[in-house]
Write a protein that binds this ligand. Structure first.
Ligand SMILES: [Zn+2]
Length: 851
């Protein structure tokens, strides 16, 4: 009979548990090798002749077990590749009680972005989540096994060595150094971290006694101030929210030149992709600043939610991520309400709804059998839908009871593990509300409802059904407990009313006097559902547009567009709605509008109708740019700057309006020549795209040179992606070549591919080459599965039926094991997009001709 470790779904037995790790690792960065020794203290609950722990790619040379004064060598050591474990068999059962296991091994830095890997320019860093600690240490690599770690590191002299805890001693060994770190609080293996390399930071800032530092390469030290400032601002706010002091003694943040995800919340040592941490406040766009603030706060929220209280198994990964996502927006909004970050949260929610309207979506809480599935679970459903559901629950319970529940959960499970039901119980006790029903209704089932609304006088009829974006999806009997917040305008006033819609249909009386003027069903857009008004209800909302909140106007556009996709609304009616937004002055609503029009331009309109669409967009949005002008006074408020940026995107990128293109290009050239006042920071990104599209070989070479010398990470990435934006065929061909070479950093490969697939002239040659050279391309990305999934998803940017057939045939012939879910979703979405194009193209042309 096969040993159970031959199953990839194998989980470690619970009767042998680590209680402490004490390890020394010696890293030879030049040779890309390391050697380690480790003592793991164990509690053995049942006698057993076998110990199983994780290890992969490690050469384990020495194993010894000490128990009750005896020393035992294993009779056999065997590796089980399917489960990435090491099975140690002893001649006799190990007795119940305490034991300690000593191991010695060697290993190599990986060539991907996980385990211990080269993170650029002589830096080595670890990335262990979900399950890559086993590539560096033999260990019990599941989140349910928490234990304190004592780590020592030998490294070349002169490099900075960072880990989770503060250094306790530093020894000089000539051309080597040895750093011993203090013992950590109990940690799951995925939060252990190590960073070595030439990295520098300003002096620490003490926040209630916790030293906070932000590291970068020396040339980027001047870019660390903003991210450091965010950490210093939000750390005390998080402490106050959770009612538990920060547990990890010190906080270091590090920007790494090569990094797969956005950031990683290692206890006391957060690692970031450079664009998510480093910026120059003088030249950064507001979007960049908000993104850094949100990412830093997200990671620090994990120091409590995830690190102090840890999920028992990966099936609750969603709760970890959903909570940090929601919490980041909550804390940043408190710190800086003028930023209106909940509107960005809504953008993430909209993207999650787009995905969740597919048959191939999954419940927020998915069954996770193994590590590969845990990796695939890092998606929009986990983060954004999960966060939106928490926001909806908080909105329903109230802010205070919700926070009290969170605090009770932190007190009860601190240093340990917990499951989602522990959280619902704590929230239920604090609020005396049916939290379990509400939460499980939303996280246990895939998808979400559309609430259909009609009204006769003060009687409002609501019904719910599952929302699927496939027009032929048929009916689905699912229902949700939908916490509905109504905002009713009547007699010049508005009033709020709440109802929990449990059944398929309900009727209620609006508690207002006189005839209602309009009814907003998802007030403040805090609920995770779509709303479909009848014709009269929609017309009333359009008349009342200025009385709706910003988030509600955005939701109206977003819901109506989703209904077009689902075949429940005419595209002409949607374009009529867009045309009614000409006098909108809120940049966030304009962003939504421009985004939808860009999609119509990219994907739906026939080539022959493009000029008419461009003329419509230009007429609709030119007054916005006329109102703002191109130059910003130093004191100009952010809202005005962002309104200008939305207008420039609409006119220069969607409508390709010659005067806007000329002005953007001229101002960018002055900016490149050193005149930083020529281009307001929020316009830079659009100006680069505009200039690249129509640019010649001289400009291509200039942008490439800028990419190679730039140190500010966002600008560096912008110059790089601009190369994939050139539309002249010989330059598109050069960009395609770059996609297959080493000049594009591994971490940026997926974005580069997506940009090429969004480029009219580069799209075909890149797609042809990608199919031809897939095996080399795939093997470079194999060690960065998150990026591989993004490349698969970006194939969905192809627009025609022929492309759909090619993508389906290609992915069927080349199955990508790491992206099974992404493949199903991409193909399903693409089928719908292609059908949408065929269904609406003529109607769009007809509508444009009547304008
Ligand atoms: Zn996270």
């Amino acid at each position: 009979m096969a040993h159970p470790t031959d199953d990839r779904n194998y989980r470690l037995p619970r009767h042998v548990r680590p209680t402490a790790y004490d390890t020394m690792i010696s890293v030879d960065m030049a040779a890309g090798r390391f050697a380690g020794t480790l003592r793991i203290d164990l509690d053995v609950d049942e006698p057993s002749a076998e110990i199983v722990l994780h290890a992969v790619g490690l050469d384990v040379a020495r194993v010894r077990l000490r128990t009750g004064g005896a020393e035992l060598d294993p009779a056999s050591i065997s590796a089980a590749p399917a489960s990435e474990t090491l099975v140690l068999r002893f001649g006799a059962p190990i007795p119940r009680g305490r034991a300690s296991l000593e191991l010695g091994w060697t290993g190599r830095l990986t060539d991907g972005l996980r385990g211990l890997y080269p993170a650029g320019d002589g830096i080595a860093a670890t990335q262990f989540e979900a399950a890559d600690a086993r590539r560096v240490f033999p260990c019990f690599d599941e989140p349910g096994f928490k234990a304190p770690w004592r780590l020592a590191v030998e490294a070349p002299a002169g490099v900075t060595v960072l880990s989770n805890a503060v250094p306790q001693s530093e020894e000089n060994l000539g051309d080597r150094q040895r750093v011993r770190f203090a013992e950590t609080p109990p940690l799951p293996t995925y939060l252990v971290a190590l960073v070595l390399g030439k990295l520098v930071a300003h002096s620490p800032v003490s926040v209630r006694g916790v030293p906070v530092r932000t590291f970068a390469q020396a040339a980027k030290l001047s870019l660390t101030g903003f991210g450091q400032g965010v950490a210093v601002e939000v750390l005390p706010r998080l402490e106050d929210y959770f009612g538990v002091p920060y547990a990890f003694g010190k906080l270091d943040q590090v920007g790494l030149p090569e990094f797969e995800a956005g950031a990683m919340e290692n206890a006391g040592l957060v690692t970031y992709r450079e664009v998510a941490l480093l910026l120059d406040p003088a030249t950064a766009s507001l979007a960049q600043k908000k993104r850094v603030a949100e990412v830093v706060t997200h990671e620090l929220a994990h120091m409590w939610f995830g690190n102090w209280v840890t999920m028992t198994w990966w099936d609750d990964l969603w709760l970890n991520e959903a909570f940090a996502t929601w919490m980041a927006f909550k804390i940043v909004d408190r710190w800086n309400p003028a930023w209106r970050v909940w509107l960005e949260f809504d953008q993430g929610k909209a993207a999650a709804m787009h995905l969740d309207a597919l048959r191939s979506t999954h419940p927020v809480r998915a069954e996770i059998h193994n590590v590969a599935e845990a990796g695939e679970a890092f998606d929009l459903i986990t983060y954004e839908k999960g966060g939106a559901v928490l926001r909806m629950i908080e909105g329903y319970l109230g802010e205070e009871p919700f926070r009290e529940g969170i605090r009770a959960y932190m007190r009860r499970h601190g240093k340990g593990n917990a499951v989602a039901d522990d959280l619902w119980r704590a929230l239920g006790e604090a609020s005396r509300e049916p939290v379990v029903e509400l939460a499980n209704g939303w996280i246990g089932a895939p998808g979400f409802p559309v609430v259909e609304v009609s009204r006769a006088g003060r009687t409002l009829r609501l019904s719910q059904r599952r929302f699927l974006s496939d027009p032929d999806a048929g009916d689905d009997a699912s229902t949700w407990p939908v916490p509905i917040v109504l905002r009713v305008g009547a007699g010049g006033r508005t009033a709020e009313q709440r109802v929990l819609l449990r059944e398929r249909q309900a009727e209620l009386q609006l508690a207002v006097e006189g005839e209602p003027e309009f009814v907003v069903v998802n007030a403040g857009s805090t609920g995770f559902y779509r709303v479909r008004h009848d014709a009269a209800g929609l017309a009333a909302l359009v008349r009342a547009l200025p009385k709706l909140e910003t988030a509600e106007r955005i939701a109206l556009l977003s819901d109506e567009w989703a209904l077009v996709r689902a075949g429940k609304r005419d595209v002409a009616s949607f374009l009529d709605l867009c045309a009614g937004f000409g006098s909108e002055d809120d940049h966030a609503v304009l962003d939504e509008l421009v985004g939808r029009l860009a999609l119509v331009e990219h994907r739906l309109v026939a080539d022959a109708d493009r000029p008419a669409l461009a003329a419509f967009v230009a007429r609709l949005l030119a007054p916005q740019l006329a109102a703002t002008g191109w130059d910003a006074a130093p004191s100009e408020p952010d809202v005005q700057r962002l309104r200008r940026a939305a207008a420039v995107r609409a006119l220069g990128i969607v409508a390709r309006e010659p005067a806007t293109i000329g002005e953007a290009r001229a101002r960018l050239d002055r900016w490149i020549a050193g005149d930083r006042g020529a281009l307001e920071p929020n316009l830079h990104d659009a100006a680069v795209t505009i200039a690249a599209r129509g640019g010649d070989a001289t400009r291509f070479d200039a942008f490439r040179a800028l990419h190679l010398v730039e140190t500010e990470p966002t600008f560096r990435r912008r110059w790089l992606l601009a190369l994939a934006t050139f539309e002249a065929p010989p330059l598109a061909a050069r960009a395609v070549d770059l996609a297959f070479g080493d000049e594009v950093p591994l971490q940026d490969t997926a974005s580069f591919a997506a940009t090429l697939l969004g480029n009219r002239t580069a799209r075909e040659p890149f797609w042809a080459r990608l199919r031809r050279d897939w095996s080399a391309y795939h093997s470079r990305l194999r060690a960065a599965p998150m990026l591989l999934r993004r490349v698969v998803e970006s194939m969905g940017a192809l627009v025609e039926r022929r492309h759909l057939e090619e993508v389906e045939a290609f992915l069927a012939a080349h199955p990508v094991e790491e992206a099974r879910q992404a493949i199903a979703q991409t193909v399903e979405r693409m089928r719908q997009d292609v059908a949408l194009r065929e269904r609406t193209q003529r109607a769009i042309g007809d509508w444009l001709r009547t304008r």
